[in-house]
Design a protein around this ligand. Structure first.
Ligand code: ADP
Length: 217
């Protein structure tokens, strides 16, 4: 059994009379410790796929397994714990709390984890040991995204999910963030799934899931 398994997963959104199959029957595996990219045009269903794996959205049919557990059969309560304890999520626009320091942003997230890592240690791991007491406005975009990645790692997630994590960065910071993801895979054995438009990153990934109209190409 693979670490992550999607089996004929569909997600249908209903808006009045209209049905949109955002994900339309996807089957794939992800192994533990892989860095996987999800690529495809806008509207292909990439974010929907990520949100279902992250327990933020339920599938309409099919089966989603993670480490032998059937996520797609979880109750709302089980999904809440799954999001807190098993998943790390990184967004394009960092979503940091502006009046908290880098350290406090990570500590805040650690307060809802079961056995959180030390916030300062995780920030050092992502190369921000010298920035613990800085506010987001005092950090570059790349540094802010590092804080967001540290925040996502503080619960030692089974899977780190990232939706266009370098979409808002210049080329230098983008390359640095991509390097960090590969470091996390190599040093921690972290399983990582990244939605991206970046061809360079996609070319270096262990696995590429190319989507179009809710399906795998
Ligand atoms: P991508 O991330 O590849 O741009 P999305 O997963 O955001 O694609 O969207 C896939 C399709 O599902 C699009 O047609 C989008 O309009 C639709 N969709 C996504 N979320 C919703 C929603 N909450 N309600 C209705 N339609 C949605």
């Amino acid at each position: 059994m693979a670490f992550v398994e999607f089996r004929d997963v569909r997600k249908v959104y209903r808006m009045g009379e209209v049905e949109v199959a955002a994900v339309d029957g996807m089957t794939f595996d992800i192994e533990r410790g892989e860095l996987v990219v999800v690529v495809g045009p806008s509207g292909a269903g990439k974010t929907t796929l990520l949100n279902m794996l992250g327990g933020m959205d339920a599938c309409s049919s099919g089966t989603i397994m993670l480490d032998g557990r059937e996520i797609s059969a979880f109750s709302e309560k089980e999904l809440t714990y799954y999001r807190r304890y098993d998943i790390g999520f990184v967004f394009q626009f960092y979503n940091l709390v502006q009046n908290l320091t880098a350290l406090e942003n990570v500590e805040l997230a650690s307060q809802i984890c079961k056995d959180p890592l030390d916030a300062g240690t995780v920030l050092k791991q992502v190369g921000l040991g010298h920035r613990l007491d800085n506010f987001p406005a005092q950090l570059s975009g790349g540094e802010q995204q590092r804080v967001a990645i540290a925040r996502a790692l503080v619960n030692s997630p089974a899977v780190l999910l990232a939706d266009e994590p370098s979409g808002n960065l210049d080329s230098h910071n983008r390359d640095e963030i991509h390097r960090l993801f590969f470091e996390l895979r190599d040093r921690l054995g972290q399983t990582i799934v990244i939605v991206t438009h970046d061809e360079h990153l996609a070319a270096m990934a262990d696995r590429r899931i190319t989507m179009s109209d809710g399906r795998i190409l």
